[in-house]
Design a protein around this ligand. Structure first.
Ligand code: 5RP
Length: 223
């Protein structure tokens, strides 16, 4: 199976977690696109959906699901999203698609977060994938200088503007052995809107698609 088929398999496993009447958060990216396509095919009866990006909103509209907003719904039952990297503890790097801010907000406002990935995204320690950080445009150079002090090599995602009108720095080379502490410290830099580390609100469930099927992990659950 190629990577796209594995992404489809993870999306299919996520569909099995959907129950009638749920309020659902929908992430962004190619794995989630497969999930949206499956929603279109199976049309489960949902109480509503909230989308993490304009791109996902457009795709949801194409299957006749009109997203509502978090301000109207209150907390969501379930959030389904992909990731760029994941550990077996449910810690994630997200934001490859640039939707990290809305993704983090929806994850925070969801009772359960299911992350769907193919096995190539699994890591012992995060950080091979450059860490996306959304910044206020006027702070880009300042935040870049600060990130160098953290040992990072920030690269401006030139020409890319987020759905919130901000810019992205993709940071290479950060030591993420203690990713939770790094998330906390980077969050405090003036001009940083969102850090693409999800350790303070990790995934509750990981659905990891591999050659031998989809593994279901619940990192926070006592054994
Ligand atoms: C978007 C994200 C995506 O979840 C992440 O980039 C993974 O994307 P894909 O499913 O296309 O591999 O965080 O901001």
């Amino acid at each position: 199976m190629d990577q796209d088929q594995l992404k489809q398999a993870a999306a299919r496993a996520a569909l099995e977690e959907i129950r009638e009447g749920m309020l659902l958060g929908i992430g962004t990216g190619s794995t989630v696109n497969h999930f949206i396509d499956l929603l279109g095919r199976h049309q489960p009866r949902l109480a509503g959906v909230v989308s993490s990006s304009e791109a996902s909103t457009e795709r949801l509209r194409a299957i006749h699901l009109e997203p509502t907003t978090l301000n109207e719904t209150g907390d969501l039952d379930l959030y389904i999203d992909g990731a760029d990297e994941a550990t077996r503890q449910g810690h994630l790097i997200k934001g490859g698609g640039g939707a990290l801010t809305r993704e983090k907000i929806i994850a925070a406002a969801s009772r359960r977060f299911i992350c769907i990935v193919d096995e190539s995204k699994l890591r012992g320690v995060l950080g091979e994938f450059p860490l996306p950080i959304e910044v206020i445009p006027m702070a880009r150079a300042y935040v870049s200088r600060e990130l160098v002090k953290f040992g990072g090599r920030p690269e401006w995602r030139s020409g890319f503007i987020t759905d919130n009108g901000n810019e992205i720095l993709d940071v290479h080379g950060l030591d993420l052995l203690n990713a939770a502490e790094m998330e906390r410290r980077l969050n405090q830099l003036a001009g940083v809107v969102t850090v693409g580390l999800f350790t303070r609100r990790p995934a509750d469930v990981l659905l990891i698609a591999g050659a031998r099927g989809v593994e279901r992990l619940e990192p926070g659950k006592p054994a």
